[in-house]
Write a protein of this length. Sequence first.
Length: 701
Amino acid sequence: MNDLTNRFASKVFDLGTMKQRLPKDTYRVMLRCIRDGKRLDVSIANVVANAMKDWAIEQGATHFTHWFQPMTGITAEKHDSFISPVGDGPGGAPGGIIMEFSGKELVRGESDASSFPSGGLRSTFEARGYTAWDPTSYAFIKDTVLYIPTAFCSYGGEALDMKTPLLRSMEAISRQATRILKLFGHEGVKAITTVGAEQEYFLVDQSMVDAREDLMLTGRTLFGTRPPKGQELDDHYYGVIKPRVQAFMKELNDELWQLGILAKTEHNEVAPAQHELAPIFTTTNISVDHNQLTMELMQKVAHRHGMVCLLHEKPFNCVNGSGKHNNWSIATDTGVNLLEPGATPFENAQFLLFLCAVIQAVDDYQDLLRISVATPGNDHRLGANEAPPAVVSMFLGDELTEVLEAIENEADYSGRDQQQLKIGVHVLPRFPKDSTDRNRTSPFAFTGNKFEFRMPGASLSMAKPNIVINTAVAESLRQYADVLEGAEDFTSALHNLIRDTVRAHKRILFNGNGYDGGWIHEARARGLQNLPTTPDALAHLLDQKNIDLFEAHGVYNAAELRSRYEILLENYAKVIHIEAETLIDMVNRNILPAVSDFSARLCRNALAKGNFAGTACGYEKARAKELSRLSDEIYTGVNVLSEAISASDRVDGTLERAMHYKDDVVSAMNALREGIDTAESMMPADAWPYPSYIDILFSVK
Ligand code: ADP
Ligand code: MG
């Protein structure tokens, strides 16, 4: 245990290490820089860089890297060694080296950005991108390299990454929430947002991935017959963890802990081979960085154990996919959770106002929330019977809903001695945490003292949903602060504001079963948006109200937003393109030949048996016929798919092309898959060229 407390965050240049390593004055300046976002001057940066380098070298580091998060959604790095030549060697060559790392190198880097997606933000002649140190997320050591978390932008200062808009969104919500807190008498405190990301994943044996091109190239299976046993017995969920998985988890935890990542819970998930890891929540920015590292380390550690960690949203058709629940709250920098109902009327009033801000934000920006989780992989998951539907709604639980209804109708509240509930005067009833956590089907659920956004897919950068949540809530709070700052009677203005917000936005509240087919109809009647696929969702990213929102809060300018639109749509088309080409390749090179060979074998057997044994050969004849029919169907399907891909070249416009892939290519893939799955179910295992779902899902013993 002691050993663990020592190892925890041992590879992180965190406040504790800074306090030990930096001169007192420098430490104090750093602290202010981290807490208040103050800039560091070069002389201070030099001192910090030097201390960081000495610490890193003691830990065995030889290189440093600016670590950033380009719009690909994964992280990027380029290593530089600390070595610097000194002295006069023969013929003017260096005589030796010293290890150097300057403040300038710490604070700012320059990299060739031309191969990262920029969505038109950076013209090719200005290929440089700049990385700028984000001191609010600590530097750390991984594989003998000192990692410095950075933001990544163009020469003109436009964000080319996920971190910059995330930091901007955190500032935006903090700015507005601090105005509100002041109105409630909390001077001198700052609001911060917190996130805890529950991460789901699959573990399969490495040999399975090696044997399946689709898993290797696309991260998911493109076909596969449903196994006789999937998740219907619920025997995997929270079940005993297999020794091989346990060994993986142990090593993963240890690596995460050394990096200061608060890995807390681990368990088996619903589907066979599926697991979950949840850390303890922390500041949004750090939480997002930590989630990126967690995903990376899951894959690395799995590899060391002869397994592959699949982070795709839907690796297998027949069982649940993987998501990532985004637990979100807002707190003061003194540690008070603003979504905690509190005990006094005044605290209750403040809680209700922040609650309303989230309700309004989710209702006004349903489309942006849906867009923030839109990826080709997640399209398989949203709306299927396992993840929340593609329609965004909110669950508050019965007790809290009743309170809001009483406020809305200015009616008596049954739970409180039949009195009219006056905000700021009466104490709210207590909301038992259990009763707020019952509904697992809601996309956006209040779980007692935080919201859980359940739509993100397993591979998503958590920056994306949090940029939207932060900015949309900042906008509600801005509107509230404008009203309340000008109010003569604060309590009654507050009461009216909460009442009016509930009246205007109650359509987003839904406590029922999100998987129920009837809900989609009701949602339509309520005027909620249903954006089933990524292109449907992205088509709304540039709606004027969305541009206005991001511009008003300085999170994205119109050009930055347009670049995201272009990149995401292009990415959608590319991902589907790769999947389709992979499927075609597997069908042409292995599946069709195998089906053909096996039906020929059946024919030969029938002939031989007919001649020599004189039997009817019912099985051989019927199967051969059925498989020949299926191979023709598959052959036609492959040609239809190839043509659908070729036709995309004739489609102009990124949105139109993405729509084409969705409408023509995805449907051709689905049709083709049906034939393949049926053929697989009729073929002997040794004649089918790929591992089956049973082989893969039960491959880790
Ligand atoms: P469960 O979802 O099983 O009920 P918990 O409620 O304990 O589990 O937490 C789920 C996740 O939510 C964890 O990552 C936890 O750290 C995180 N979480 C808890 N409180 C907050 C908060 N105030 N802000 C953000 N995340 C939180
Ligand atoms: Mg959860």
